[in-house]
Design a protein around this ligand. Structure first.
Ligand code: TLP
Length: 351
């Protein structure tokens, strides 16, 4: 295996930049459970301002941000409407059910969107037999839909239906800055219609740890309590927040580079035999493709790994590759060359 790995498994593998490490070493800190960490307070103020919300809360991860975010809107026995391909539904260990006592009501996710008419139809009328519909969750960009982007009009259409029924909307915006950069809009354009948003510092923005939940002052006060209950009340968390501040101030605009690399990767892969991929669907940093070649997804992942290229199979016939700060254009070229060689070999032997 070559010395240098090309790690396309996720943007979560990004390492802190030298500027982040310096900021972490020099961070002014205090006890954040007492609200006395000046660096955490500064990050939370910056994040709230960026998202156009009154207040913000540093949490340990995107998963904790979503769970705290959902708990703070709902009560036990409520039903939560969300996409059937959403991260909350697939990858958060059933936390909403286990900890929140919530019933999840999944609706089809197509290109990251949930049809507002389907949401309208799924909202429960008052009836002694029904749970109360307590929340609608959306995701932008959409992980399992190849990093699909929802624009302002799509978000507003969903929020309008929910809000007409007095139901709040939570946005899993783990990669909301990727969406804003792809659309060329201020991130507030995408967060203004929703009641709460979680975004991650430790994905494309390269900070080592942390996500931020944003919403109204009252909502964040509730969330602060849930975070404590879940063990997320950290003490001298300014060490983490310092890297987050560098992430927010220096790492957002460069996401465009990750999107260019993902587009290049998608175009190259789409030309290969045994790969099913529509490059037009790839608008941010996530490339998901079908493997129709006899080698299968697991076989292709293994063969790429032998050449120092890491990626994950998300189904027996699907692979995900994610571009990020640690991936250069030359890495994309190397990956495409390797995939071409492997697939040429298997297509010939399959004849
Ligand atoms: N997603 C991870 C894995 O869990 C799949 C990844 O590698 O993409 N929302 C979205 C949309 C996410 O993609 C993720 C992470 C999260 C929330 C959770 O964030 P963390 O990993 O910080 O808990």
């Amino acid at each position: 295996m070559p010395d240098r790995l090309i790690d396309l498994r996720s943007d979560t593998v990004t390492l802190p930049t030298p500027a982040m490490r310096r900021a972490m070493a020099e961070a002014e800190v205090g006890d954040d459970v007492f609200g006395e960490d000046p660096t955490v307070n500064r990050l939370e103020e910056m994040a709230a301002e960026r998202m156009g919300k009154e207040a913000a809360l540093l949490v340990t991860s995107g998963t904790q941000g979503n769970l705290v975010g959902v708990l703070s809107h709902t009560r036990r026995g409520d039903e939560v409407i969300l996409g059937d391909q959403s991260h909350i539904y697939h990858y958060e260990v059933g936390g909403c059910a286990v900890i929140g006592g919530l019933q999840l009501h999944p609706l089809p996710n197509i290109d990251g969107m949930i049809d507002p008419a389907e949401i309208e139809a799924a909202i429960r009328p008052e009836n002694i037999h029904h749970p109360r519909t307590g929340l609608v969750c959306i995701e932008n960009t959409h992980n399992r839909n190849s990093g699909a982007v929802l624009d302002r009009s799509q978000i507003s259409a969903i929020c309008q239906v929910a809000h007409n029924h007095g139901i709040p909307v939570h946005l899993d915006g783990a990669r909301i800055f990727n969406a804003a950069v792809a659309l060329g809009v201020d991130v507030r354009t995408l967060t203004e219609p929703v009641d709460s948003v979680t975004f991650c510092l430790s994905k494309g923005l390269s900070a080592p740890v942390g996500s931020v939940l944003c919403g109204s002052r009252e909502y964040i006060a509730t969330a602060r309590k849930y975070r404590k209950m879940l063990g997320g009340g950290m003490r001298q968390a300014g060490i983490i927040a310092a890297a987050g501040i560098v992430a927010l101030t220096t790492m957002v605009d460069r996401l465009a580079e990750d999107h260019e690399n993902a587009a290049l990767l998608a175009q190259g892969l789409a030309e290969l035999p045994g790969i099913a991929l529509d490059p037009a669907k790839v608008r941010t940093n996530i490339v998901i493709f079908g493997v129709t070649a006899p080698i299968g997804a697991a076989g292709l992942v293994r063969a790429l790994k032998e050449r120092g290229i890491l990626c994950n199979a998300t189904a027996p016939d699907r692979i995900r590759m994610v571009t990020h700060y640690g991936i250069e254009r030359t890495d994309i070229e190397t990956t495409l060359r390797a995939a071409r060689d492997i697939l040429a070999g298997v297509m010939i032997s399959a004849r």
